[in-house]
Write a protein that binds this ligand. Structure first.
Ligand SMILES: [Zn+2]
Length: 183
């Protein structure tokens, strides 16, 4: 979940690109290849994840073993792949990062993170076991009550926002869908 650096070289022929308005009437500057005229479009990426809840109400968080935010806690989440749906991606990330057995639930939060060109989507999920088998991206995967959540040690603002809404909704006895625009 890092910011992408600007395109340097043409993906078609390797020539150094220039940022300019394309000749087709486009109103945004794009990375245009001066040799083969390929226009490289850059669009937001989707980050997909889950809020896995165990039967006793505790929520699963993962301690990151990768940069950025090494050692900070996160909900299982990562970049969506081309051959999957958002829900499938969220389930895959939960398996890869926590090795958790889950039953997927409905979409819970959608967060636009304009500054880094990302859209984050979190699904509710029911944990079927409290045995986890985290992959290399995770130092530790464990369950937290709301009071135990390390609020000052969370990796991403989207995770904090999602958890805050999650516990608030649970107290209210009704889960909604939360659409949030962050800077
Ligand atoms: Zn080119």
């Amino acid at each position: 979940m890092t910011f992408r650096s600007p395109i340097q070289h043409c993906r078609a022929c390797g020539t150094a690109v220039v940022y300019r308005l394309p000749d087709d009437g486009d109103t945004r500057q794009r990375a245009v290849c001066p040799a083969c005229n390929t226009v490289h479009y850059e669009n937001p990426l989707n980050v997909v994840g889950t809020v896995p809840e165990f039967a006793d109400g505790r929520v699963l968080l993962c301690k990151r073993n990768i940069e950025p935010r090494w050692g900070k806690w996160t909900l299982p989440a990562g970049f969506m792949e081309l051959d999957e749906t958002t829900s499938q991606g969220a389930a895959r990330e939960t398996d890869e990062e926590a090795g958790a057995q889950i039953e997927m639930g409905p979409l819970f939060s959608l967060l636009n993170v304009r500054r880094v060109g990302q859209v984050h989507l979190f699904y509710r999920a029911r944990l079927l076991s409290e045995q986890f088998n985290p992959g290399y991206e995770t130092i530790e995967a464990r369950l937290f009550t709301e009071a135990e959540v390390p609020w000052d040690e969370l990796a991403f603002r989207t995770v904090k926002e999602t958890l805050e809404h999650y516990f608030a909704d649970r107290k209210a006895g009704q889960f909604g869908l939360h659409c949030i625009d962050l800077e």
